[in-house]
Design a protein. Structure first.
Length: 295
């Protein structure tokens, strides 16, 4: 079992918010063991928003955390970078309502972490282990967990009726090196027609050709891809970020098919229920005995 890890010092990064279009700065600060990843908005310094499933509030094109009326948007890429690189304890202060989109990938965050340096802490990571499978299905979209392997392996399949995207599938065993080289650089992507609809709803105001792969009907209008299958790699990036809301690394194989943030969160909640279930089942016979004794 590896020790928990935090940063040696604080580091900041600036960019625009994808949806608001406003400039925003994120500062990542060290935190003590068992603190987890916690967001705090500079304009609400008394409200700590833990990166936890109970804070997940909205998953429309990005994941938003919310607590007592205070929200932080677009948290999934920085969370993915933290989970992928094994950063367990960190306070992320945001001067604005959402994490900056930067280049649309997790790479700027991954590059930022060594600038702060990692510090091993005097407590161990307790991975989440589950001995049975869990599956959520919505039509032809699904995510399945099976208790295979020593770490986290993700398989993702997508199928977009577009000449550049089409069917893509990727399996990756998540570790810091593999994450930094194969997953972190993959940028978010969007279809021009959907971006126009989002703009009309007041979303994606900060979106441009430098922070997303933008597709029109025939091709890409935002320059060359970083990987031929950059699209499915970004879906893996998002899934790793959303699964980190479980609060500890999950061990096993997660197989997602045509999913997105909403299904990622629904799946993570199903895993959380399954993780709690053995304890509840073990407690049930004792509860039954007590009720017999009481009658
Ligand atoms: Zn994303």
């Amino acid at each position: 079992m590896r020790p928990q890890t935090t940063l040696r010092t604080s580091v900041s990064i600036e960019g625009v918010g994808l949806h608001s279009g406003h400039p925003v700065r994120a500062t990542l600060r060290p935190a003590p063991p068992d603190h987890g990843i916690v967001f705090v908005r500079a304009d609400h310094p008394d409200t700590d928003i833990p990166a936890a499933l109970e804070s997940a509030a909205n998953y429309d094109h990005a994941t938003t955390l919310s607590l007592r009326g205070v929200s932080i948007g677009t948290v999934e890429h920085v969370l993915s970078a933290a989970a992928g690189e094994g950063l367990d304890n960190c306070r992320i202060e945001i001067e604005g309502p959402e994490v900056p989109i930067l280049d649309g990938s997790a790479l700027p965050f991954v590059r930022l972490l060594p600038a702060a340096g990692f510090e091993r802490q005097g407590a161990s990571v307790r991975p989440l282990t589950l001995q049975r499978s869990v599956e959520v299905t919505r039509g032809d979209r699904s995510i399945r967990f099976t208790p295979d392997g020593a770490g986290l392996t993700v398989t993702y399949e997508i199928d977009f009726p577009h000449p550049i995207v089409g069917r893509q599938s990727l399996t990756v065993t998540v570790g810091p090196e593999e994450y930094a080289s194969a997953i972190a650089p993959a940028r978010t992507f969007g279809f021009l027609r959907e971006i126009e609809i989002m703009r009309a709803r007041g979303l994606a105001r900060g979106g441009n050709l430098h922070n997303a792969v933008v597709l029109d009907e025939e091709g890409i209008i935002s320059g060359p891809l970083r990987f031929r299958d950059e699209f499915v790699r970004h879906k893996v990036l998002d899934l790793i970020g959303d699964l980190s809301l479980l609060g500890a690394p999950l061990k096993g194989h997660v197989h997602a098919r045509k999913a997105g943030h909403a299904l990622h969160i629904e799946f993570a909640r199903a895993v959380e229920r399954a993780l709690r279930a053995p304890a509840e089942e073990a407690a049930a016979p004792a509860a039954r005995r007590l009720s017999i004794l009481g009658t």
